[in-house]
Design a protein around this ligand. Structure first.
Ligand SMILES: Nc1ncnc2c1ncn2[C@@H]1O[C@H](COP(=O)(O)OP(=O)(O)O)[C@@H](O)[C@H]1O
Ligand SMILES: [Mg+2]
Length: 369
């Protein structure tokens, strides 16, 4: 059993760098939590505090019902996999995996059983006598995973474990890590700056920026209901588009307006914005939330001029000029638009995002301005 709780945790490094600020987070037993954010946002620091490799400056860190602020790393039931793998070059794969158990004086037969079991799960049984230099990047990564697995920790920590692998391998290893979580039945805390990895792996994602949590939620929740423009922009590739404009209310309807473009907002947004005509907002439109079909006189739509056409096999991306803004959308591959042509696309009203222009907060978020 391993529940990890941060209560108002701040981490300051020497020289007054605040790496993590006032972090409140509860990670549940057996959950797969991904810490996601740009480089330098405090992900590794957060993970290292769980491992006991960095001290908590202020606040409390709990494992289940125990405060662990001063508990040394070897007394925490955690195992960590690093981006660099950190394998012993002169030991065989077998000995690399067995090393942590030998240090703990586990019986030889038990070590053998666990090493072979982990190697079988990771499909590296045939590599046990090799040295790390005789392995590919992906195989080394499996050895690093094996070494953590045999420890049978209550908490499994991973810091960008796939970032040294090539793109194809990264995608297949994602599936393996997901399987590993199911098989191991332990708490996983996984750090990455790769939003696609986070969306694939996580039960819940914790989005961080500048040492501060921006949003915590299930992948769909975060993708579909981002709390602010940082989260909206960080998840999704190609990224969400923004159009600056103002709110207009007329005849009971509430619309977004920019130049000649007017988009009626769906009821939930309209209810929030009815009392604030003239308000400056950003309309957020994800590239996939447009359609060439279902265009009626009443459908919310976007008109623009085609700037670029990029076929990508499965679909087609269009770069548009819409009221002076660059907008990038995804349409089906049957679309035959040419550069310089006007285009009109239906918007999916429930999928529109509206953010306060000044604060960047979503107008549908709790505590919206
Ligand atoms: N040992 C350290 N001493 C001083 N500053 C550090 C140290 N480690 C990290 N930092 C700083 O703390 C911030 C967060 O770093 P880190 O947790 O490594 O971010 P991430 O893993 O998200 O890239 C950064 O500004 C980084 O420069
Ligand atoms: Mg890091």
């Amino acid at each position: 059993m391993a529940r990890i709780t941060f209560k108002a945790v701040t981490k300051r490094y020497a020289g007054d760098v605040v790496a993590v600020r006032d972090l409140d987070l509860e990670i549940f037993d057996k959950e797969f939590v991904v810490l996601l954010g740009p480089s330098g946002c405090g992900k590794s620091t957060t993970l290292n505090m769980i491992a006991g490799l960095e001290e908590v400056t202020e606040g409390e860190l709990w494992f289940d019902d125990e405060i662990v602020n001063t508990l040394p790393p070897h007394r925490r039931d955690v195992a960590m996999v690093f981006q660099s793998y950190a394998l012993y070059p002169h030991k065989s794969v077998y000995e690399n995996i067995a090393f942590g158990l030998r240090m703990r004086r586990v019986a030889a037969e038990e070590i053998d059983r666990r090493v072979r079991d982990a190697a079988a799960k990771l499909e590296i049984s045939h590599l046990l006598q090799r040295r790390p230099s005789q392995l590919s990047g992906g195989q080394r990564q499996r050895v690093a995973l094996g070494r953590a697995m045999v420890r049978q920790p209550a908490v499994f920590l991973m810091d960008e474990p796939l970032s040294n692998l090539d793109a194809a391998l990264r995608i297949s290893m994602r599936a393996e890590i997901k399987h590993l979580h199911t098989a191991m039945q332990t708490t996983f805390v996984y750090v990455t700056h790769d939003q696609a990895e986070a969306l694939t792996l996580a039960d819940r994602i914790v989005v961080m920026n500048d040492g501060v949590i921006q949003q915590i939620g299930a992948p769909d929740d975060i993708y579909e209901r981002p709390r602010n423009t940082f989260v909206a922009s960080f998840l999704g590739n190609p990224p969400i588009n923004y159009l600056d404009g103002t709110i207009e209310g007329a005849d009971g309807a509430v619309s977004f307006r920019r130049g000649g473009m007017r988009v009626a907002l769906p009821p939930a947004l309209a209810a929030r914005l009815r009392g604030s005509p003239g308000r400056e907002v950003k309309l957020g439109i994800r590239p996939e939330d447009v359609s060439r079909h279902g265009l009626g006189a009443e459908t919310p739509a976007m008109e623009g001029i085609v700037d670029t056409v990029l076929p990508v096999g499965s679909d087609r991306f269009l770069g548009l000029k819409v009221e002076g803004c660059d907008v990038f959308v995804r349409v089906d591959k049957q679309a035959h638009h040419r550069e310089g042509e006007p285009v009109r696309l239906a918007l999916v009203p429930e999928r529109l995002h509206v953010f306060d222009k000044a604060s960047g907060l979503s107008l549908l978020a709790d505590g919206a301005p």
